[in-house]
Structures are given as C-alpha cells and as structure tokens.
Design a protein around this ligand. Structure first.
Ligand code: MRU
Length: 365
C-alpha cells in the first residue's frame, strides 16, 4: 500500500495521514500529546470507527506517559484516577462509533487488572507494580489493538470475498477502507480480498455528502491500489440499481445493536432501502468490536450532529445562502430487516441477528 493511516513511532509520536486534505494533498501530521490525538479524532484528521479506536488507544498511551513525565502521579491510585479522567476525555471525542469506547474500555481494564494484581504482591518474591512498567503495558496493548485490527480485517475479507462473484459491480458508501482502520479495511477489505482471489470486481463509490468520504477517500484509496472505481453522486444509486448495474452493496458500520440494526454514515439507510427494493444484497462488514451488546436496538445509538458548516460549504467554499438553516446528522440507522448479512472476523452472520449475534459471542439468550 502506498500510504499508511496511522502509526505509533518508536519515538512515541503518533503519525496520521491528514484525511481532511486527501486526495489533493497527501500530508501526515505528528501528534505528541493525548490532547492532540483527541483533536485529530474530533476534527476528523482520522475517522472511521476502527481507526478512531486505534487512535484513542495510542492517545491514551501518550496520556499515561505524560502523567509519569510530569509527576502527575506517584502511586497506583493517583495514577489510575488521573488516567481515567483522560480516558473519559478521549471517550467524548465522537459519540457514534462504539469502537472508541471499546478501545478505551480495553485499556482501562488493563489498568484495573494491573492494580488488582498489584494488591496481591508486596509479600514474597514478586515485586510491586511500577508505574513505568504499567505505562509500558499500555503501550504494548495499544500496539496490539493496532496489529489485531489489521488481522481482523483480513479475516473478515476472506469470509466476505466468498459473497462476491467474479465480475461483480459493488456499491459502497462512505469510506470503510484502509483509511478507516489500522489498514486493509472492512468493506473495502472484502473487496481487496476478492480481488486477491483474482475476481474482477469493480466498485461504485457514493460521493457521501457532506464530508465526501466516498469522493475523496474511497476513490483515492482504491485508485492507489489499482481497483476499478467509479464515483457517483449519492442520488444516482437508485437509477444504477434499477438498470442492473449493481450486484451487491457493502458498507462498514459505526455501531451495530444486538438485534442487528446498523449505524453507519448518513445516507446508508436510503441505500439499504433501495437495495432491498431492487433485490440486491446489502452486506455490512464490521469487526465484533463494532457490535454493542449493551443496546437492544438502533434506537439507542447516539447520532452525532456536526457543525452545519460542513453542509453549507464544500471544501471551505460556501454554497448555500448566508444564514441558511441546515442540519448535519453524521450517521443514520439501518433497521436489521434491510441487512442481508453481517460479515465479521468470525464468519458471516445472517438473520435472525439476535440469535446469530449472541451465538458468535457465545451468549445464552
Ligand atoms: O464520520 P466518519 O467518516 O468517521 O464515518 C465513517 C463511517 O461511517 C464508516 O463507514 C464506518 O466507520 C466504518 S469504517 C470501517
């Protein structure tokens, strides 16, 4: 791949491709503090549910390290309290993608567990937990989340590729590619895996107003990889479906409720309804970390509302009348009845989703 989405460098700087500038400029930003990482998530330098989760994990490591370096804490309890404040701050960066809370929760648990192990030490041969050791564990865990994300995407890709036939034209919405993850991608990972199996796949990319993830990111990412992609305005999908130009839809997800309702980029719902109307399969590719078992349906998913400047302007140029009223919901929820299957790293889930989701998590219902 000609680019990378993000990485934690050996000198503890987080480096990210600036997704606000793509494709006109390929620029990487350096983030040195957890506040920088928070800002990058909020301002969408980095975006996409899994990439937000990995970024948060790197950011928490920078936060933990700063507590040590600035004498912010000299014992475990003080460290934990201050660190958990940083976790809450990071968690507040964006509300819809559950991967952010998932990654924050995973690092918090590591810190909790380390404290519990520490209580059992102090006597006998084992030495008490040192804070620098704990910060080292947080670093290792954040890198593990990064590495796992790429592996999970590849597993998802292998399962999903079986659903795409040679010659398929696949519509996608937003960007659920390498740019939205640590690498490889969810929806675009499935397409990459099918292409790797020598299937001829072409992609139709919705432009995805207002942030234009489809026009700017998906088109660029696929062209960099030499995968044929044709850009359409969001409102062209229905016409193409009716004309038989689309064989399948694949999108990513920001949060999936335990009944299989899917929150994803605004506009996904209308694509799903159109797909059902035209008998086209509608697939969602998402890691298990995107499934929120704590919520029963999509009605409980918080929908981010962003500044209306993204709607009344395009790339900083105003297109609507001054003072025009506007709405900018960043996500919508597709009810499970429109979802043909959910592609995960553990296999492809089909309706009834309450059942298939609880089975994949080995839950009793
Ligand atoms: O607002 P964004 O760009 O973060 O929204 C991203 C999406 O909606 C993606 O489709 C989703 O996060 C899946 S990314 C693998």
């Amino acid at each position: 791949m000609s680019f990378y989405t993000l990485k934690l460098r050996d000198d503890d700087v987080v480096e990210m491709i600036d997704q606000r500038k793509l494709p006109l400029e390929v620029d990487y930003v350096e983030l040195k503090t957890y506040k920088d990482v928070y800002g990058a998530i909020k301002d969408m330098i980095v975006r996409g549910a899994p990439a937000i989760g990995v970024s948060a994990a790197f950011g928490l490591y920078l936060g933990a390290k700063s507590l040590l370096e600035n004498n912010g804490a000299n014992n475990y309890e003080a460290f934990k309290n201050k660190f958990f404040e940083i976790c809450d701050f990071m968690f507040s960066a964006r509300p819809t993608a559950v991967n952010l809370g998932w990654a924050v929760g995973r690092i918090k648990k590591l810190v909790e567990n380390a404290g519990q192990k520490d209580e059992g030490k102090g006597s006998g041969a084992s030495k008490p937990l040192m804070l620098d050791e704990l910060v080292g564990f947080i670093r290792a865990e954040s890198l593990k989340i990064y590495d796992e994300d790429i592996e999970i995407n590849k597993d998802m890709g292998r399962y999903g590729a079986a659903l795409l036939n040679d010659g398929f034209s696949v519509l996608t919405h937003c960007n659920a590619g390498a740019l939205a993850t640590a690498g490889y991608g969810t929806a675009l990972g499935v397409i990459r895996a099918a292409v790797a199996e020598n299937k001829k796949i072409s992609v139709i990319s919705d432009e995805t107003r207002p942030f234009l993830q489809g026009a700017r990111l998906t088109a660029w990412e696929l062209m960099e990889d030499g995968i044929p992609v044709t850009l359409i305005a969001d409102n062209s999908a229905g016409l193409l479906m009716r004309r038989g130009k689309i064989n399948a839809v694949i999108v990513g997800a920001d949060r999936i409720a335990s009944n299989g309702d899917v929150a994803n980029k605004i506009g996904t719902y209308q694509v799903a309804v159109l797909a059902k109307e035209n008998n086209i399969p509608f697939y969602v590719a998402a890691p298990l970390s995107t499934i929120d078992l704590n919520i029963a349906s999509g009605d409980e998913i918080p929908i981010e509302e962003r500044d209306i400047s993204e709607v009344v302007s395009v790339m900083g140029k105003r297109i609507a009348p001054e003072n025009a009223a506007a709405l900018n919901f960043a996500f919508d929820v597709t009810p499970n009845k429109y979802v043909t299957a959910i592609i995960t790293e553990k296999g492809v889930l089909y309706p009834d989703y309450k059942k298939s989701i609880s089975e994949v998590f080995n839950l009793k219902i």
